[in-house]
Ligand binder design. Structure first.
Ligand code: ADP
Ligand code: ZN
Length: 634
């Protein structure tokens, strides 16, 4: 941070020392210092959304629970009060990669941050602790494991300004990413009874919120819950049909040049997908927990540093990745819950520019979600919650309501407006086609064939196409050949519906599932016509949708041709500079900042400071280079 900023911070800390740590101030805190700090250090002109309220509460020493959507700017909410209050800020964060990224970004704006995790040597840790004790560090990042293994006691001697618990939903078994290590965080209250704590997360339904408060035992917390809307995300979901790889290639071809993530459920799926995409001319990398650590690190590094790569990954990838210009997140296999979906999709468009979330789903995904729930080692009550969450996710994916509004309602917002942009908002309300009669035939066939038969075979049976002795054996049943009105595809869709509705279920080996009727009362209702199963009017046609293909090169459509030239020149310079310092380009400047530079064409350092994303340190470090490029490209 610049000298005058350092002095301002110092004075502010002194003022705060007058107040015993942890004691709430009587009057509202003076936010002008926080605003100046925001501008001069981070280069941002104003706080966003709830940031200011959260910071105000934290500055006066309250415990806080803050729930902000991904990209909502959670980090600033704890960084600023932690720096402005007397003492060192402690940030608990679940992933080393996440910490490394944050610490890099903080150092780049001149904030003195260090991390203490298992990848840091003993000596380096001791150095950092010493520096912290001498007031030479603003923020210390620690992992929950490190706290559990004794570091807590070493930290107990430090004057702490604030403890931030990032990804706080990990503390709750009701959340979607429970981490047992997080349970040890209740020690923090014992070790630091007088230090205010702030729990932040992007996803927590009501039950998870309560659990976070209880587990961490926050004291009369101020609770801030932001809207879950992400207006720059365009969402869509489509039922899987045909060859999945072909579908993904056709989705990705028009997006070549953009960075994005494709999530698949299995390691094998990830690898074959990355290979297939590369073969089809789409630059792609693979990431999953089974790859050697160096390969993983290398691929993650390349994804951050290079523009325009597609990362094919399991959910092992992402939590530590704060890349702001991810333009799409595609679920090649569906996630486990709406929380997981929203967190994963939330990795797109952190820079606020248009980005897309596309989910593919099928009954095998639902089955996998159930298996995950069933085979985990959680209590039965939790397993039941997970099954319910999987059902809610599929109701959402199959649903015809506005996607964004559905998500917002799920997280508790009342009557959110439709977004007007998602697949459901933009498609014509489809006529439905009542297929209850056929659904009855399908369930009858499953029952008659003994409930130990796979879906392909039941369809062959319905179509009266016996292929071998087994099928011929079944041909004596009255359901043999009764389904010739419909083609295979339509039958397959009907089976999908029956699986989604839980009138049929799949059992057996994951690779060779058989169909059975899990609940005879539901089947009975279907036979009594108390249950309607319907498909779109033209169930054989693949749903085609308008896919908004943003210009592959950059997403900034509001730039004039001349601005575009400067923007590209700045981007080239940024790519080169990033290569030289071995850091991701966005640590230098975000695309948005480059676009603002291209539009404003500043000619001196003061003008540079007016641009969002440029603070003192960046003016000093990059100002001359940027001004030079603008001057010579204009
Ligand atoms: P989260 O952790 O909530 O996903 P981050 O804290 O990483 O989000 O912030 C997302 C992005 O928004 C970051 O690039 C951050 O620098 C930027 N940002 C945060 N607050 C502001 C603000 N007030 N004005 C402009 N940009 C901001
Ligand atoms: Zn919508």
């Amino acid at each position: 941070m610049s000298e005058n900023m350092a002095e301002l911070v110092h004075n502010q800390k002194e003022k705060q020392t007058a107040l015993p740590i942890g004691q709430a101030a009587k009057s509202a805190p003076d936010l002008s210092v926080a605003r100046t700090f925001l501008k001069q250090t981070y280069g941002y002109n104003s706080f966003r959304g709830l940031q200011e309220d959260i910071i105000a509460d934290a500055l006066c020493g309250k415990d806080v629970l803050a729930i902000l959507p991904t990209g909502g700017g959670k980090s600033l909410c704890y960084q600023i009060p932690a720096i402005l209050r007397a003492g060192v800020g402690l940030v608990v964060s679940p992933l080393i990669a996440l910490m490394a990224d944050q610490v890099d970004a903080l150092k780049a704006v001149g904030i003195r941050a260090e991390r203490l995790d298992s990848s840091i040597s003993y000596d380096a840790k001791r150095e950092a602790l010493k520096a912290a004790a001498n007031g030479k560090i603003d923020l210390l990042y620690v992992s929950p494991e490190a706290l559990a293994t004794g570091l807590g006691n070493a930290l107990a001697t430090l004057p702490l300004s604030l403890i931030a618990i990032d990804e706080a939903h990990c503390v709750s078994q009701w959340g979607h990413d429970f981490r047992p290590d997080y349970r040890t965080l209740n020690r923090l209250k014992v070790l630091f009874p007088n230090v205010p704590r702030m729990a932040v997360t992007a996803t927590a339904d009501g039950r998870t919120q309560k659990d976070i408060l209880a587990q961490l035992d926050l004291k009369a917390p101020a609770i801030h819950i932001a809207s879950f809307d992400r207006p720059n995300l365009t969402l869509s979901a489509e039922a899987k049909s045909g060859n999945k790889i072909d579908r993904l290639v056709s989705l990705l071809k028009p997006r070549i040049g953009q960075s994005g993530i494709v999530y698949a459920a299995t390691r094998k799926g990830v690898e074959s997908l990355a290979e297939a995409l590369t073969r089809n001319g789409i630059p792609a990398l693979a990431y999953h927990a089974g790859l050697p650590a160096e390969t993983r690190a290398e691929n993650q590094h390349r994804f951050l540093l290079e523009d325009g790569l597609t990362m094919c990954a399991t959910i092992a990838f992402g939590m530590g990745v704060d890349k702001p210009d991810v333009r799409y997140v595609i679920h090649a296999d569906s996630p486990k819950s709406i929380e997981a979906y929203w967190q994963e999709v939330g990795r797109a468009g952190r820079d606020g520019e248009p980005a897309e979330g596309i989910a593919l789903y099928g009954p095998s995904d639902l089955r996998r979600a159930f298996m995950w729930a069933r085979d985990g080692d959680a209590d039965d009550v939790i397993k039941q919650t997970q099954v319910t969450k999987a059902r809610q996710l599929f109701a959402f994916l199959k649903g015809s309501d506005c996607r964004r509004a559905a998500i917002r309602s799920y997280f508790g917002e009342i009557d959110p407006d439709p977004c007007g942009e998602c697949d459901n908002c933009t498609s014509n309300p489809s006529e439905t086609f009542d297929v209850t009669r056929y659904a009855q035939m399908a369930v009858s066939a499953v029952l008659r064939c003994g409930q130990k038969i796979g879906r392909t075979r039941v369809v062959i049976h319905l179509l009266g196409q016996a292929k071998d002795d087994f099928d011929r054996d079944l041909s004596r049943h009255s359901t043999y050949g009764i389904g010739t009105d419909l083609g295979k595809n339509v039958w397959s869709m009907i089976f999908d519906e029956l699986l989604f509705e839980n009138i049929l279920a799949e059992g057996g080996e994951p690779t060779r599932p058989y169909l059975y009727v899990p609940d005879h009362s539901a089947a009975k209702r279907l036979f009594n016509n108390e249950y309607t199963i319907s498909l779109n009017s033209d169930p054989t046609a693949r749903r085609t949708r308008k896919s908004r293909t943003t210009s592959a090169k950059v997403a900034f459509s509001d730039l004039s041709e001349c601005d575009q030239l400067i923007f590209e020149a700045l981007r080239d310079w940024r790519a080169e500079t990033a290569r030289q310092i071995g850091k991701p380009p966005y640590v230098i400047f975000h695309d948005r900042t480059l676009a603002a530079l291209a539009q404003a064409c500043p000619s001196n350092p003061d003008d540079l400071r007016q641009i969002s994303g440029i603070g003192d340190k960046k003016v000093k470090r990059y100002g001359a280079a940027v001004l030079d490029i603008i001057k010579h490209t204009d």
